[in-house]
Design a protein around this ligand. Sequence first.
Ligand code: AMP
Ligand code: GLY
Length: 412
Amino acid sequence: MRFLVLGAGGREHALAWKLAQEAEVVVAPGNPGAAEDVETETVALGDASAVLALAKRVAADVVVVGPEDPLIAGVADALRESGFATVGPGKEGARLEASKAWAKEAMARAGVPTAASRAFVQFAAAADYARSRFNEGHGVAVKASGAALGKGVAVCSELESAMEALERMLVHRELGEAGAEVVVEDRLVGQEFSLLTLVSDGRFFSLPVAQDHKRLLDGDEGPNTGGMGTFSPVDWVSEELVQTTEDQVVAPILAAVPGYRGVLFSGLMVVDGRPFCLEYNVRFGDPETQSVVRRLGAGFAEALSAVAQGAPLPPIEALDNCAVTVVMASAGYPGPYTKGIPITVGPLPEGVKLFHAGTALHEGCLVTAGGRVLGVSATGPTLEEAADKAYAAIGSVRFEGRQYRTDIGRTR
Ligand code: AMP
Ligand code: GLY
């Protein structure tokens, strides 16, 4: 079986690495790390006809669309129309991620537990609503409705910061079209986890649970990022909680988007033991995937092939291990950062895998090329051992200004 994985990040490197244990894999455009493990090709992901031509040229049996943008643009529809079995929903299903306003309406219609919210395009109305929520004793989360690369959410415990966020999005249009509509949602206080569910025309199967740390600094302080590190399993998430989440959050929304083939990512906040949906994504999580694939045994390639064909899902072997992935980021991230800084990688302990994200080759040397540069992923019999191994490996991966959290896999 031959897979074409579309994307250039750590998620796609991890998917390609895992799939290559059981299948032939081409990644496009990939990155220097992925190129060490599998074949790579260049392609512009936003160009559906270029993607189709590539899928034909490499004779892909299954195409896996990694990032949300091509899914939102309808690339999965175009691939399926041309006969390619594809992992990733069409434009209709991708609305769950393309528009938070639409997703919240869909959640309400489907009865999915989620924070009370309203959507706005006018600053004055949004500000009135936020003020009324604070008067009733709630904090709020202000969310750009469109996809904004993890930068579109401000969680506010003060009215003043909510007003600033609304002004940045609706008045100054700092996030462009993505922030032209906002969702103002009650702030929930609880513990978060991520559930990645493979979906094949209504049948579904969840992968091992992971927890992401989205804040930049240790102890969940500092600004939100795309994700600074993940671990799996998550001991406080019981099988029963996963089952409740599937019953209340996954199944009802899938009934609202028939024909969904791909991955549904549910971002959950557990409040008093109950899962509330913060968001859906229509793709694998990044950096959740980098930890989750390390806990899968045989059967992942077969399962993704079944997803792509809308066929019954075969089981995937689960490994009895623990995985921790620590993201190494450029100085300045999630704000502006410099690219092109040389990276040196020394010998890595056994069981450690480097998943590349924002890296490039410049005159044969590995350099930084993005905010999140690399994910250092380790496995071990316990989370503590996996974390210790990941952090020991970080000593061997150096670039000027590198920043990373020191508590991934060590706090819950
Ligand atoms: P989202 O992109 O909607 O998952 O939001 C990004 C992050 O913001 C989440 O992982 C949470 O940490 C936080 N967040 C989102 N919505 C809320 C909410 N209603 N209450 C508290 N925190 C939230
Ligand atoms: N790690 C969060 C995301 O993939 O959106």
